[in-house]
Design a protein around this ligand. Structure first.
Ligand SMILES: Nc1ncnc2c1ncn2[C@@H]1O[C@H](COP(=O)(O)OP(=O)(O)O)[C@@H](O)[C@H]1O
Ligand SMILES: [Mg+2]
Length: 251
């Protein structure tokens, strides 16, 4: 059993209007896992992710990241657990691709030479270096989404959470983002992807957690969990429906 990196212990979250977004969730996530957090719209996926890097705090229960209570170590938690927001590319602020990625390090007052070295390496790894002087607004959908990922990666997170990473992307854009996420997992990052559409990534996942109405309803290996998806309003991949097992999108 791998060492755990996130431990969620009996957390509940009630929004200010009284709606209960998370109902007594407990779950552990180990280093290196590739987790799909599935569930139909409104099931609580985004709300749960926001707890894992301290953007929301539970009303009861406790979350540990690397053994530290998130509510008492917000800055360290956000360094360890990065989040690529849904449609993060609409929040891009830099004038160039390079500046956009450098932004987080500049805020931390990192030395210029170190920033240049680090940003260049990340752009190279994500195959964006040739675009470094371009205005982010001129990039394709897939390139913009990769740029949003680069802006998170530059902070060296161990865990990277993606909220609906394939939304509004065409097929080439989806493939670019998919291969980036797979590479990140292979290089040792723990990956958590919230999505209501699991077909694209199910083959890469080591575990699927299904949420409904703020609760975890299923949690296990993709081969087993895939058959439960449709009873929670999530489409079962075609290959699985037709008895062909789980097929990778990228070969
Ligand atoms: N700030 C908020 N105030 C009240 N209800 C909210 C708030 N944010 C989310 N919700 C509700 O919590 C439920 C779960 O939302 P969310 O976590 O965004 O679901 P998902 O990401 O699975 O689509 C939804 O019913 C949503 O309307
Ligand atoms: Mg959501």
């Amino acid at each position: 059993m791998q060492e755990s990196i996130i431990d969620i212990n009996a957390i509940c979250h009630t929004f200010s209007d009284g709606y209960i977004g998370i109902k007594n969730i407990s779950v552990s996530i180990s280093k290196g896992e590739f987790i799909i957090l599935a569930g139909k719209n409104g099931s609580g996926k985004t709300t749960l992710l926001r707890h894992l890097n301290g953007l929301l705090l539970p009303d009861s229960g406790i979350i540990f990241v690397n053994g530290q209570d998130v509510s008492k170590h917000l800055i360290q938690t956000r360094k360890t657990v990065g989040m690529v927001f849904q449609d993060a590319d609409t929040q891009i602020v830099g004038d160039t691709v390079f500046d956009e990625v450098a932004f987080g390090l500049e805020n931390l007052k990192v030395k210029r030479a170190k920033i240049n070295e680090k940003v260049t390496l990340i752009l190279e790894n994500l195959n964006l270096l040739h675009l470094k002087d371009r205005s982010p607004s001129t990039l394709s959908g897939g390139e913009k989404r990769k740029l949003a990922i680069a802006g998170i990666l530059v902070m060296d997170p161990e865990v990277i959470m993606f909220d609906e990473p394939f939304s509004n992307l065409d097929y080439p854009g989806t493939l670019q983002v998919l291969s980036t996420i797979i590479k990140l997992n292979r290089s040792g990052h723990t990956i958590i992807i919230a999505t209501h559409d699991v077909e694209t990534i199910i083959c890469e996942a080591t575990r699927i957690i299904i949420m409904e109405k703020g609760l975890i309803k299923e949690d296990g290996e993709p081969d087993r969990i895939v058959k439960y998806l449709e009873s929670y309003g999530v489409k079962e991949p075609c290959s699985s429906k037709f008895g062909l097992g789980l097929q990778p999108w990228l070969t």
